[in-house]
Design a protein around this ligand. Structure first.
Ligand code: C2O
Length: 539
């Protein structure tokens, strides 16, 4: 396909919102940032120039970066950050991929404001496998803080505690009328009666999983994480940070003004209406003075997020996932207030008591000083080790046994450990969420791949009773591992490089909820990672 060129100037911009004015970091002064458009198999070239005092990288979330790991973007994983005054040209092809993606900063908490949509259309002459929509709209769910986000991140991490509650949830940067000084700060979509619209939903939020719904209208999910799904109809969807969903909605209700509403998962149990925070309008053309009418509000029931997002989710076509696996990993997701105690002698309890800490298989991920990919490629020692464990330190009591049992799995030590995979190996990972306290899933995101979500459940994973779907499981890049539950994923490690797998709740990543896979080269150029680009930023 052709090449699409984009110029990204990282710059601050003054924004007035919620009765407050401040500078935020943006791309080209836009918030949300510019939309990157392409078609399947196109090359995308983005020249990123950093005109801020902060370190920057950009990640193309969901793009599998076939043989182009150098352009994946996570800071200190595949590249050193682009420093103030420097630039870097991202150059990659969306090989056999199409759908709704997004890009975001992947350094510190900058993605709180530095994000945008990336839309990849099918090749010319290829239609969507569903009714052609009359129009398409991008709907990005986000979060907004009145205070400076860089300062908030610093203070939160220094305190060892949880981040402050966000000041507003947003839809395309607009909070909607429910907040102070926000009556007119509302995103609106005009619709014609009887027409069908495609909404490209993206959750770009830092720290919240969100429900999305439209008053009185049904949503038909047709794509998840930039892969088609069997269409299914629902009143409400849930998106973890890092997830994208395409839904069709037909303007089939009496002419009027309807609310599109966002509510955070954590608040889902609170009374109807109080939990609806961000609002945008889905407003019918032809309604007399429609803009003066009060918008109809939807009802958000106490939906369990797991069911809401995963029930009914199937690949559009039969896929037949491989049956034998070469690598069988069991990875616990630990999150707790660190408590070193005498019964964990083998683990080096390094963190201070009372500090929040997160881990995978008892290893709390620490970002190295040099990018792991560069260290791996140039064989530089000291930046990481290759001993990420295949299972947790103690393979029992995964789910928090409190108050009688200490959850051993949440004892952790710091490390920058990689799991090395042979080229082409067939990998299964059981992700076990050990948390039962916070009402939240962990949206686990894998770079460089999509994976089949072959199984999913609550409680502890049990190989004897787990049901796997190897016929038409959804093919995703981010999976919300349910609270006190598990998810099973499979992928073929055929894309060489260093690939981050981490929780897409930013605070959890900061606390160490991540790891990396190193996928070795195969034989020949078509199975090997090329040399780094000459302008690769230096640390
Ligand atoms: Cu969208 Cu590593 O993230």
């Amino acid at each position: 396909g052709p090449t699409r060129f984009y110029d990204f100037k990282v710059q601050t911009r003054r924004v007035s919102k919620l009765c407050n004015t401040k500078d935020i970091v943006t791309i080209n002064g836009m918030y949300p940032g510019p939309v990157v458009y392409a078609q399947e198999d196109d090359r995308i070239i983005v020249n990123v120039t950093n005109r801020t005092p902060y370190n920057v990288t950009i990640h193309w979330h969901g793009v599998r970066q076939r043989l182009s790991c150098w352009y994946d973007g996570p800071s200190y994983i595949t590249q050193c950050p682009i420093q103030s005054g420097q630039s870097f040209i991202y150059n990659f092809t969306v090989v056999k991929q199409k759908g709704t993606f997004f890009w975001h900063a992947h350094v510190s908490w900058l993605r709180g404001t530095v994000y945008g949509a990336m839309i990849v259309y099918p090749r010319i002459g290829i239609n969507y496998p569903f009714k052609i929509p009359y129009e398409e709209h991008i709907i990005i769910l986000g979060e907004y803080w009145v205070k400076d986000l860089v300062q908030i991140a610093k203070a939160t991490l220094a305190s060892g505690g949880s981040p402050p509650t966000v000041d507003a949830y947003t839809i395309n940067g607009h909070p909607g009328p429910n907040y102070n000084c926000s009556t007119n700060d509302v995103h609106k979509i005009d619709v014609f009666p009887g027409k069908t619209y495609l909404l490209r939903l993206i959750n770009a939020g830092l720290n919240t999983e969100n429900f999305f719904t439209i008053a009185n209208h049904k949503l038909t999910v047709v794509e998840a994480d930039a892969e088609y799904t069997k269409p299914f109809v629902t009143n409400v969807v849930m998106l973890g940070p890092g997830q994208t969903l395409n839904v069709l909605v037909t303007a089939d209700q009496p002419v009027g003004k309807y609310s599109m509403a966002v509510a955070p998962y954590k608040n889902a149990k609170i009374v109807i209406y109080q939990n609806i925070l961000a609002i945008a309008y889905f407003q019918y053309k032809g309604a007399a003075a429609y803009s003066l009418l009060p918008a109809k509000l939807p009802k958000l029931e106490d939906n369990h997020a797991v069911k809401t997002v995963m029930d009914g989710m199937r690949s559009l076509n039969q896929v037949n996932v491989f049956k034998e696996v070469d690598e069988n990993l069991f990875i616990t997701i630990g999150l707790n207030v660190q408590k070193c105690h005498s019964k964990t002698p083998k683990l080096n309890c390094q963190a201070k008591n009372g500090v929040m800490l997160a881990s995978m298989n008892n290893i709390s991920f620490v970002q190295p000083k040099l990018s792991i990919l560069e260290a791996y490629y140039k064989k530089i020692n000291g930046s990481y080790t290759e001993d990420f464990p295949d299972e947790p330190a103690k393979r029992y009591d995964f789910v928090n046994g409190a108050p009688n049992k200490i959850p051993y799995n949440t004892q952790s030590s710091n490390g920058t450990r990689a799991k090395v995979l042979e080229y082409g190996s067939k990998v299964q990972v059981i992700l076990q969420n050990t948390g039962t306290v916070n009402i939240e899933n962990h949206p686990i995101h894998l770079h460089g791949y999509s994976f089949y979500v072959i199984g999913y459940g609550t409680g502890n994973y049990d190989a004897r009773t787990a049901q796997f779907n190897l016929v038409d499981p959804p093919y995703m890049n981010t999976i919300g591992v349910p609270v006190g539950g598990w998810a099973a994923i499979r992928f073929v490690a055929d894309n060489p490089g260093v690939w981050h797998m981490h929780c897409h709740l930013e605070i959890h990543l900061s606390w160490g909820l991540g790891m990396v896979f190193i996928v070795k080269n195969g034989k020949g150029e078509l199975k090997s990672l090329p040399a780094p680009p000459p302008d690769l930023p230096q640390c």
